[in-house]
Design a binder for this molecule. Structure first.
Ligand SMILES: Cc1cc2nc3c(=O)[nH]c(=O)nc-3n(C[C@H](O)[C@H](O)[C@H](O)COP(=O)(O)O)c2cc1C
Length: 296
């Protein structure tokens, strides 16, 4: 017998159960729902009464009650710690959200018809020195992957709506937006700052020195997170993600045309270099670069 157990009087202990767990099982089994199901209601009441009486008289029960109280306190402390942790995480999340940049609302009434935009679309590589407005950048990002329905549907189709694309923005000369790398957050239509500083030059070098990447006031980067699609499609995910890149890129082309801007899809670049310059997560594969600006 454990000497630490505070026995009122060994003689008064009529309970034959020797171990804490066995004891607890006995206490519980007298009122357990599985047992209740099989019992008559009168028998039930009697069992509950006996269990209660037993609890009141038994030293071992008193001891385990003490243990129960300690366990309750421990559980309460655990819940409190969990609550504080969640509150802190929520606070950090709010702070991060506060640092995100709200983008101007996208327009759904352009100046030219869809047919005119399709007819006029051309790859543009020669940009003027004019900066881009934040509204235009927001409109282009929205065209690439903006959310357009309550259930999360986007501007570009996606196999099983798994949305494996991420759109990044390298801002060099955008009004009211410090030069840096940003991630577009479709839900909420916001920008998340990833890193500060102008990355256009190193990005152009990673794209086989294509000067339009360096000269454009901003570059959109379409990255694919194959794993999101692979959960459903396995190997086929790579194909689908690249097809989706084409949809997003064509939207950007047409939107740029409608805004009087120019862009070109750049597929020739060193994958690992682009990934390194941007510091993308390992599972965000760069699939296309789209320098955008005012045509010269
Ligand atoms: C998958 C793909 C990759 C491309 N990669 C590049 C590129 O790395 N650099 C570039 O200047 N143009 C690139 N282009 C643009 C093509 O050169 C251009 O679309 C083609 O010359 C037709 O001209 P248009 O877009 O004006 O109709 C690419 C186009 C596609 C579809």
């Amino acid at each position: 017998m454990n000497p630490a157990i505070p026995m009122r009087s060994p003689r008064t202990h009529s309970c034959s159960t020797a171990t804490p767990n066995a004891h607890r099982r006995r206490m519980i089994s007298s009122v357990e729902p599985a047992n209740l199901k099989l019992s008559e209601s009168g028998e039930l009441a009697e069992r509950a009464r006996r269990a209660w009486q037993h609890r009141g008289n038994c030293d071992l029960c008193a001891h385990y009650c003490h243990i129960d109280r300690l366990e309750t306190i421990k559980s309460a402390v655990r819940v409190a710690i969990l609550f504080l942790g969640l509150t802190a995480a929520w606070g950090i999340n709010c702070m991060e959200r506060d640092q995100d940049i709200d983008l101007p609302e996208p327009s759904v009434a352009g100046d030219i018809s869809l047919e005119a935009a399709i007819g006029e679309r051309r790859s543009v590589r020669d940009f003027s020195k004019r900066s881009l407005s934040l509204a235009d950048v927001a409109q282009l990002l929205w065209a690439a992957q903006g959310v357009t329905s309550r259930d999360g549907g986007r501007t570009a189709p996606s196999a099983r709506a798994l949305y494996p694309l991420e759109i990044y923005l390298v801002a060099g000369d955008v009004d009211s937006l410090p030069a840096g790398l940003y991630r577009y957050l479709p839900r909420g239509h916001r920008l998340q700052l990833i890193s500060e500083g102008d990355l256009r030059k190193p990005l152009a070098r990673a794209a086989l020195d294509q000067s339009w990447v360096r000269r454009a006031p901003a570059v959109l980067i379409v990255a694919g997170v194959y794993e999101r699609s692979a959960k459903k499609y396995g190997e086929r995910a790579r194909r689908y993600t690249r097809i989706e890149t084409g949809h997003a890129a064509q939207n950007v082309y047409l939107q740029a045309t409608a805004l009087g801007l120019g862009t070109v899809i750049v597929g020739a670049f060193e994958d690992t270099e682009v990934q390194g310059v941007l510091g993308l997560p390992a599972d965000h594969a760069p699939l296309a670069l789209m320098p955008v600006g005012h045509p010269r």
